[in-house]
Design a protein around this ligand. Structure first.
Ligand SMILES: [Zn+2]
Length: 92
């Protein structure tokens, strides 16, 4: 998310050899209706966004895991021959 940029001004230090680029800048971008929207963030905002992104990744992993589990369960149920009753629980 953080990146260094060069500004394109002739003779600026970011054009030197080796280049000393400007930054780091934090940029957050997402696709909305086919367009990429980006925001420049300061360090504090970037820190916040980092934790939100980490949370979202964890949720996506959980959802993927649930999808795998339900796919496996579906396979099992199909092989058992389309049960109309829910699986039996240990009831006495
Ligand atoms: Zn520059």
């Amino acid at each position: 998310m953080s990146r260094y940029t060069s500004c394109g001004k002739p003779g600026c230090r970011c054009q030197a050899d080796p280049p000393q680029r400007h930054g780091p800048y934090y940029q957050w971008s997402r696709a909305v209706a086919g367009k990429t929207i980006s925001r420049r963030l300061n360090e504090t905002e970037a820190e916040l966004y980092r934790s939100w992104i980490a949370n979202r990744r964890r949720i996506e992993q959980l959802i993927a895991q649930m999808e795998r589990t339900s796919a496996d369960a579906g396979e099992l149920l199909l092989h058992q021959g389309a049960p109309t009753n829910p699986p039996r629980t240990a009831s006495r």
